[in-house]
Design a protein around this ligand. Structure first.
Ligand SMILES: [Zn+2]
Length: 330
């Protein structure tokens, strides 16, 4: 799990309320039409571990549960099961699975990492603070350029699935630093095994593409190479695995407070204020002094100087472990 969990583990009542409020409204979540065949799982906010093997028959039943256990992360299974809530995976009765792809932008570019002590604010390179022995936090910067690089790969992937495979993929911003591409599968597609899914991964990765000089109009990889497109870099295991958890579209990502959102990768611009459902302002206490760029926002913070920030940005910085939210200020 995350390296900076120790500090994020401290409950912030304001953030908890914001998450809870978001899940108290119906119609936000994009749920599969066959939700009764899916396993649901959450990782509760400010807690370690998962609650798995749950099954719900309607959105209201799910939301009722989420009001009692506010989730940091909310998932359903890519697989459909006869008994989705069976604890023993063998007893679930696998009936097929959607096709999933995961593009992680931090594998595509250099990401600045800052290690610091959340107690005294000093930068360090070790696990424990030299001054007070506290466990250090690691902050990874994710700027606009990097996430846009991810969007480029998502676009090529979408194009391949559509034109070379005749599928109808949907692209989602993951809520943190990547993209999920999902194909709802029925019939043969749902029953593809790991070996066949691996062949699809090999194809979209551009593995074994013949070095043949074609023209940009040629179909498949010959045309793609001529148009200067490269293979898609993705987490291969996510696609190969036929029992995976999918982040629920329009749920919140617990490491950012941003929404998992359907997007057109050709025009995606990562704007914090648009990707967050949180309105109004919060007062924020920085743990350290740093200049950083998160998505489209440049932030300069100074330890010891509290700031008034838009709630969307305040929650994001808090969940990245950079400071504490003190109050809602309208
Ligand atoms: Zn310290």
């Amino acid at each position: 799990m995350g390296t900076s969990m120790s500090h994020q583990g401290q409950t912030n009542k304001i953030v908890e309320e914001l998450f809870k409020d978001y899940y108290s409204t119906s119609g936000n979540l994009e749920l599969p039409f066959d939700m009764e065949l899916r396993e649901f799982a959450i990782q509760p906010l400010y807690a370690q571990g998962y609650i798995r093997h749950m099954s719900f028959h309607s959105e209201s039943e799910l939301l009722n549960f989420l009001r009692s256990r506010v989730p940091a992360h909310l998932f359903y299974s890519s697989a459909k099961y006869q008994l989705p809530d069976a604890k023993d995976v063998e007893r679930k009765g696998w009936m097929g699975a959607d096709l999933l792809f995961d593009i992680d932008a931090d594998h595509l570019c250099e990401v600045r990492e800052v290690k610091f002590c959340p107690i005294c604010g000093s930068m360090t390179v070790s696990q424990k603070c030299e001054k007070d022995g506290s466990e250090t936090s690691v902050y990874q910067e994710m700027g606009e350029e990097c996430i846009k690089e991810g969007a480029k790969h998502a676009y090529v992937l979408e194009d391949i699935l559509r034109h070379d495979f005749g599928m109808e993929p949907k692209v989602y911003f993951s809520g943190n630093r990547g993209f999920h591409v999902q194909v709802e599968c029925f019939g043969e597609c749902a029953l593809l095994g790991p070996e066949e899914r691996k062949e699809i991964v090999d194809y979209v990765s551009g593995d074994g593409v013949p070095d043949y000089k074609g023209s940009p109009e040629d179909p498949g990889w010959v045309g793609r190479k001529a148009r200067g497109e490269g293979g898609v870099i993705l987490d291969r295991q996510v696609t190969i695995d036929v029992k995976r958890l999918i982040r629920i579209p329009n749920s919140l990502h617990g490491k950012s407070g941003l929404l998992v959102k359907r997007t057109d990768p050709r025009s995606f611009t990562p704007r914090v204020s648009e990707l967050s459902p949180f309105k109004g302002y919060v007062s924020f206490r920085p743990f350290l002094t740093i200049n950083t760029k998160l998505f489209d926002v440049e932030v300069s913070m100074e330890r010891g100087k509290n700031m008034i920030l838009q709630s969307s940005l305040g929650v994001l910085l808090h969940l990245k472990g950079l400071g504490e939210i003190l109050a809602h200020v309208g």
